[in-house]
Design a binder for this molecule. Structure first.
Ligand code: T4K
Length: 375
């Protein structure tokens, strides 16, 4: 079998993309807030019902710029159960990420713990909508308001998802998307900060473009966070296929749900279907005691058979450098994260995966169980 990746890109209509690329070449306008970038921003704003979308070159730079534009400094509370970019975007600017545990049995930041981590140096909270499921936005908004903190969301996984009927992108001071190739909606590399705050949107736009406020006038410390025209062309093309991507992901999710239901010790991460979802991640928790096989044994077996399951977000940000040297005992405050990172794996889905392949992957998992019984 060909290697089966988690994160195979979803690709929309190839002809439309190539037409747009030809347009770009004909226009000779390749980057620097070009017409396709502006059109993409406009379309995304409309789709999410949010006032401003500022497209960026990737999700990490989008996080860094949003953090700076919001004036965060000192300490910022983030979950440890996230991709390393959430923490690095702070540390890169010498802001201390203070790692918060997930709620028991959940994959999202625990608002009750957030409150206990606030110190006089805390300036903000970054919630992460892991797997496209919103974290407890209401509770975090309440804490931020009462304690005078900025609130941002890393919505890298949550494009086209909703919370209480409203599209993600409308919450906190700003939300940040990733449009990386492995994401449900991709622009090859890319990202965006979305916000309903006019002044913040202005700052984001300046900071994305070196701080330039005119041809020869710089008003802010800025960087180069610009999205290219070719990335925007991919984005516009992907946008036209969103419904199809969601339908395929949903079909795969339901197939996994059926196939895994009778396998003991495996718990599929369930999406709340009353909200809009992109179903981009098939996440399974392995309970070793019940399964008779550990998550790592399963991943090893799958890899040996070319199914490249991933252990996102093992081992947790607090166990990676520089954080594990800075806070060697952080794990003591993160018992739920420690458990979760030992149990979770991500299985292949997306438009490159059909139901037959889901069946094959699940059969392979059954084989791993039989082998563990025989050993
Ligand atoms: N916040 C959160 C919560 C995030 O999850 C991320 C990114 C960010 C922020 C930062 O956003 P960006 O700066 O990336 O826009 C991958 C992605 O690179 C990363 O974007 C993503 N999260 C993370 C969860 O997963 P890796 O290190 O696992 O990538 P890699 O190269 O191992 O690729 C994953 C799988 O996808 C592999 O099996 C290969 C396959 N693949 C990958 C690419 C790029 C393909 O089949 N085709 C491709 O073009 O991080």
């Amino acid at each position: 079998m060909e290697p089966l990746h988690v994160g195979r890109p979803n690709i929309g209509n190839r002809e439309r993309l190539l037409e747009r690329i030809n347009d770009i070449l004909d226009r000779r306008w390749l980057t620097n807030n070009g017409p396709y970038v502006q059109e993409l921003e406009q379309r995304i704003s409309e789709f999410l019902g949010v006032k401003h979308c500022v497209a960026m070159c990737n999700g990490t730079v989008a996080l860094e710029i949003a953090i700076r534009a919001l004036g965060l400094h000192g300490e910022v509370i983030v979950p440890s159960f996230t991709f390393i970019a959430t923490a690095h975007a702070l540390q890169w600017q010498e802001i201390t990420p203070v790692f918060c545990d997930v709620a028991p049995g959940m994959h999202h930041i625990n608002p009750a713990r957030v409150e206990e981590l606030i110190t006089p140096r805390t300036t903000g909270i970054i919630g992460v909508h892991v797997w496209g499921q919103a974290c407890d936005i209401e509770a975090l908004t309440d804490i931020a308001r009462r304690r005078g903190l900025k609130l941002m969301f890393d919505a890298a996984h949550a494009f086209a998802c909703s919370y209480k009927g409203r599209m993600i992108g409308n919450f906190g001071d700003a939300e940040v998307f990733s449009f990386h190739a492995t994401k449900f909606f991709n622009t090859f590399e890319g990202g965006a900060v979305v916000t309903n705050d006019d002044q913040l949107a202005d700052r984001l736009r300046f900071m994305r473009n070196f701080g330039f406020a005119g041809y020869d006038d710089v008003d802010y410390v800025g960087t180069n966070g610009k999205m290219t025209e070719i990335c925007a062309a991919m984005g516009l093309t992907s946008l036209e296929s969103l419904d199809e991507f969601i339908a395929i992901n949903y079909r795969n999710y339901k197939a996994y749900e059926r196939e895994l239901a009778d396998i003991p010790g495996l718990k599929l991460f369930h999406y709340d279907e009353s909200e809009k979802r992109n179903y981009q991640y098939i996440i399974v928790e392995v309970d070793e005691a019940e399964a008779g096989v550990s998550r790592d044994q399963l991943v090893e077996f799958l890899h040996a058979h070319n199914v490249l399951a991933r252990r996102y977000f093992y081992p947790g940000c607090h166990r990676m450098e520089p954080y594990r040297s800075y806070f060697p005992h952080a794990g003591l405050l993160l018992p739920e994260t420690e458990k979760l990172t030992q149990r979770v794996m991500s299985l292949p889905t997306g438009t490159a995966v059909d139901e037959q392949t889901v069946h094959l992957v699940c059969d392979m998992i059954r084989h791993a169980y039989w082998r563990a019984e025989d050993d």
